[in-house]
Design a protein around this ligand. Sequence first.
Ligand code: AHR
Length: 556
Amino acid sequence: MNHGIRRREFLREGALAAGAAACSVYLPHAAAGVASADSRIDILLDEPLGTISPNIYGHFTEHLGGVIYDGLWVGENSPVANLQGIRKRLVEEMHKIKAPVVRYPGGCFADSYNWRDGVGPADKRPRRTNFWNDAETKTAPENHKYEPNRFGTNEFIRFCRLIGAQPYLAANLRSLPAEEFYHWVEYCNSPAGSTSLAEMRAAAGSPEPFNVRFWGVGNESWGCGGNFTPQEYAVEFRRFTTWLPHYGPDLCLVASGPYSEELSWTRGFFEELLRKGADQLRSVYGLSLHHYAWNLSRGRTTDWDKGKGSALEFDPVDWYELLREGQRVEDIVEGHWRTMGEYDTEHHVKLIVDEWGPWYRPGSEATPGNLLEQIPTLRDAVFSALTLDVFNRHPEKVAMANCAQLINCLNSLYLAHEDKFCVTPVGHVFAMYAAHQGGQALRTVISAPAVRYDRDGKPASFWGLQGSASLDGKELRLTVVNPHVSEARECSVAVRGGRIVSGSATTLTSSDIHAHNTFAEPAALEPQTKKLDVNGAELAVALPAASVNKLALVLG
Ligand code: AHR
């Protein structure tokens, strides 16, 4: 890690350079005067891009470290407030963000998991070695290393129902036969009283089917999910999906897709799949895509361990490096989409970005011993906001996305341990952006001075502002990220073809780019909302340095 600019020095220099960031105010156009603006955003009401699938605001929970045990599940007899064993505070928070869908049980864990271990009487469920056992530390809790199966399909569906989200289950393709996949579908979806598995479900308290629509067919099948070539995986995919029982809802099957820019996986998968004819496409709802931002080495290495940076200790160049790694997702989405179009000209198959987020080296766990736990900062909020803006801008391509992961792992929205809980800056971004769900994405043209900085002796630049807009009836939402660590932007926002009658502005920022929430200081970083005094087609806003912003505008 480069400590070239120490945190204290950076703050002092940043404050001198920025000034405006600390006292940013939102000004109506008339008062501010567009002439003073250094940036401009035009929202084009008559250029809709498509409906933003609420599911791009999805989540991911894996039996990994403290995600399930301690994070989500505390148990019915816990002194921690719970709803049938599920952490009550988590349920309450997830209502605020309108959580649409949750992926489960993995991740890599999924391809070593037998769903039967997690159903039936809780005291009879077996204890198994968790997929992540080898990576766990000596001090990790036993139930992180040896899976007690106390939380399984029924408890997961209970969680989904409590938060009002759809379940998205990942089936085991590496180590179970296809038969177990359709039996899991049968357990979840066969009508009350129809099959033995429906009776087993009823015995656990759920006579009515779960109606699970979204099913992943393996996970990262190029790696932990079987180490397949794309051609081998396509053969397995065909076999696993040739027959599945359909009861009510159409099953949406997600094929295990590439990592980041790996176009050869996408090509190989489609080529082999379609060797059996074009109608094979009908069995695929989506192609999953994973992208983690982990390499902060500034081009020095591609080594998975050596390339990672620190979650909490970073300088401005590390900040830009992370955002740069995150921004790659836009080219990645476009690249795979183009490649998919070579085989699927009508774009029947959508992209499902079912794992995304920053991944740092160990050392910032809120609860020591929790594998892959890191404390998200303002940097991760900006990263998450710019990622969600990318998905908003490509509504015809991305049908679902799942932030990795929901709680106590990687880009967590929440951190929890025993009775302690906090919302991270990432959680606040999801709350701010929830308003985009189901809206009509609008083309938005943004111009702003680029960020320029010194990247180890070489000049580097990064875009100055990025964002997305959506319309729902008369309600227009614009979200914008200012990635500059020390310069605020004065921005003129114009709604082409409309008139704004009222609005509010919500901003998440801090004069310290490392700002984050902890159990001791859970409200250190929270968004602030102000009413806008505006009437007309244009307004001027100040977008603070290092900020995530949402304008909620009502049109006349
Ligand atoms: O999210 C952590 C892990 O990252 C998942 O289990 C796996 O799919 C990915 O490599």
